[in-house]
Design a protein. Structure first.
Length: 668
């Protein structure tokens, strides 16, 4: 940028005419503000003729001004034409009258009207459906065929065949397929008998054969109670091959091979190599021994079977069918359950279980057995539950350990979990064994029990989840504290139910039991207080119906058992004050052996126990109303039917036969 200055060459001895004023923005506006630039200089007069100097200084300014004016005039002659958009035409529409929805026309059909059997000419000759007068036109004229069109299509190939619409469909048995690999199996499938179970197992095997060859492993419980079941299965094996169409030729039979193993206190393999000869299979099943130890290493045996026969399967699919009426040794199950599931998953082996219903919240059931020599009746303990990883119900009935076989509606935890995790099925036989002590004939519908299904996750997961929920933790503590299988707890919670017929011994036994009963009542009172004051808010927040029902039933039982125990102590006190009298013998050969504790409706101390009974009755009825069609409701009904009063009943037995060397009592 340049600055306008007056040439001083003609005036060397003179000072500058003007001193510029410093301004950073002057240069930027030079071209557009030429006139304003001259004003930024401070003029200094130089001689005696100021007008002459002024005119001389104004010449440059005038020239600059003229140049700018001319430039602006020239620029004004150049115009840029900006196109103007034509505004869109406005369309004015007349308002449309609102159209009302047509009312639905209801036509009442005449039930006596007879359907038409022939086509009328009016309908047959209708030229255009929906056009007014079409039907009337049909009555006037008939349609005529264009003969030229007919002759044209007559020359075409008319060898047209229509195939059956299902010819391209997959086989019928593929329309319903098995659960895909990796999906969870069915933890409860209620069946009526082994025939129904075999039909479903045959279907499962057939689905597997659609993909490739199959190796099926039968794993039998060696308990004496399973002999009848083994014989029935032995007879049904041949039918499986026949129904699958594999019994006609040896080549066909090789698509399905079978292995047989069994377990008790130990493990046995009855087919060292899998076979497709069903006669050999039947012989192997018949060779399953009866184990007298009474032990069932179930989970360990299943894992060993999968591992052993996996080596022989090669490219065959593997399936294992477990046949048992017990849940297995608890210690063995704890140790081997998860390892067995992992082994089966690695081998892609589905586990199918033919088992029994687990006892409701309880690990044991009892079978009645009469000694053939002494004629004495024994209750033999078997493992039959529970349906959950940890017991969720009280293990006591208020006086002692439970001896009932109250059904849970589900299979035992280990068997149901193995079947579910491997994509198999647990088949539950609902029939009640005749020798089962305290068997309950309840049959529960799956839909009603769906919300109450047991948690079949691993025990570690269940334990961790339970510890994060205060109500569940509290209920588990009650169950543990009142567990009669705990020796320390048994000293208090195991009440005597049989008393001596000799009065001195009776008094000694009765006083001891009264002391225990008072301790038991005191503990239950503390439990009730904690339930009502601390656990109740967590009950409102509990999302699982199963745990809601657990809370409701245990709460009612803690109140009811206080009333029964108090009546128990009063009954013993009254008997000591006024002993009952009973004959020592009865016809034909019965003799009095002891006094038993029984239940009755009549109360001995209603002024003390009635408030507890009223409250317990209300709570039990709440369980029945809030959880209908479930084991919790049936258990509540059973508690109410027991009554709250206590009595002592004389117990008579036949004399036992003395045998010098009696056979041992079996272990189931």
């Amino acid at each position: 940028m340049s600055t306008h200055q007056v040439d001083n060459a003609n005036h060397p001895n003179d000072a500058p005419l003007a001193r510029p004023v410093e301004d950073e923005t002057v240069g930027n506006a030079l071209d557009t503000q030429g006139a304003a630039d001259d004003e930024e200089y401070e003029e200094i007069p130089l001689g005696p003729s100021p007008w002459r100097e002024r005119l001389r200084g104004m010449g440059a300014c005038a020239v600059s001004t003229c140049v700018h004016i001319v430039g602006l005039m020239l620029l004004s002659l150049f115009m840029i034409a900006v196109p103007v958009k034509t505004p869109p035409p406005m369309i004015v529409a007349d308002p449309v009258d609102s159209v009302k929805d047509e009312e639905l026309q209801e036509v009442e059909l005449d039930p006596d009207m007879q359907p038409a059997t022939e086509m009328t000419s009016a309908v047959a000759s209708t030229p255009m459906a929906g056009v007014t007068g079409a039907i009337a036109g049909g009555l006037v004229s008939e349609s005529k065929l264009d003969t030229k069109v007919v002759e044209k299509f007559a020359k075409l190939d008319n060898n047209i065949s229509i195939e059956h619409p299902m010819d391209g469909a997959p086989p019928a048995r593929k329309l319903i397929t098995e659960v895909p690999t990796g999906f969870k199996g069915e933890s409860r499938m209620l069946i009526e008998d082994y025939n129904q179970a075999f039909d479903m197992i045959t279907q499962e095997i057939m689905w597997m054969l659609d993909r490739s060859d199959v190796l099926v492993v039968w794993c039998f419980d060696q308990s004496g109670s399973m002999k009848d079941d083994q014989k029935e299965i032995q007879q049904r094996v041949a039918n499986v091959y026949v129904e699958l169409g594999l019994a006609r030729r040896v080549e066909d039979a090789k698509h399905l091979t079978t292995g047989v193993a069994s377990y008790g206190g130990d493990y046995m393999v009855h087919t060292p190599k899998p076979t497709s000869n069903y006669q050999e299979i039947q012989a192997a099943i018949g060779a399953v021994p009866e184990d007298p130890s009474g032990k069932e290493m179930m989970c360990e045996a299943v894992g060993r079977s999968v591992k052993y026969f996996r080596q022989h399967a090669k490219n065959r699919q593997l399936a294992l069918i477990l046949v048992t009426d017990e849940s297995g040794q608890p210690e063995n199950n704890y140790q081997f359950l998860e390892a067995t599931i992992a082994e089966a998953k690695a081998a892609e082996c589905k586990i199918y279980t033919l088992g029994r219903e687990a006892v409701f919240g309880y690990p044991y059931a009892y079978m009645s057995w009469t000694h053939p020599q002494t004629k004495r009746t024994h209750w033999l303990q078997i493992d039959r539950g529970p349906e959950t990883g940890f017991p969720e119900q009280l293990q006591t009935n208020g006086f002692r350990r439970r001896y009932d076989a109250f059904g849970s509606g589900f299979g035992s935890y280990e068997q149901a979990r193995m079947s579910r995790e491997t994509g198999g099925i647990f088949f539950m036989l609902p029939s009640v064994e005749t020798r089962l002590v305290g068997g309950h004939k309840g049959k529960y519908e799956l839909e009603k029990l769906r919300a109450y299904r047991p948690d079949l996750r691993s025990r570690i997961e269940v334990f961790a989840d339970r510890d994060e929920r205060p109500m569940r933790t509290f209920l588990w503590k009650i169950i543990s504290d009142l567990n009669p299988y705990n020796k320390q707890a048994a000293r208090v919670v195991e009440m005597r139910m049989e008393f001596s017929i000799l009065l001195p011994q009776f008094v000694q036994q009765a006083k001891q039991e009264q002391t225990k009963a008072m301790l038991f009542i005191r503990y239950l009172g503390e439990v009730q207080k904690i339930i009502e004051q601390e656990a109740a808010p967590h009950r409102l927040q509990e999302p699982e119906p199963r745990w809601q029902a657990n809370y409701d039933l245990i709460y009612a039982q803690t109140v009811a058992y206080q009333a029964r125990l108090y009546e128990y102590g009063v009954a013993l006190e009254e008997f000591m004050a006024k002993p009952q009298v009973a004959p020592l013998t009865k016809s034909p050969d019965l003799r009095l052996v002891h006094w038993d504790i029984g239940h009755q409706k009549e109360l001995r101390a209603p002024e003390k126990s009635q408030p507890y009974i009223d409250r317990a009755t209300e709570l039990f009825n709440d369980v029945i109303r809030n959880h209908p069609g479930t084991p919790w409701a049936d258990r509540a009904k059973q508690e109410l039917s027991r009554g709250f009063g206590i009595r002592l009943v004389p117990d008579y037995h036949r004399p036992y036969i003395e045998v010098s060397n009696p056979s041992p009592v079996p272990k189931l």
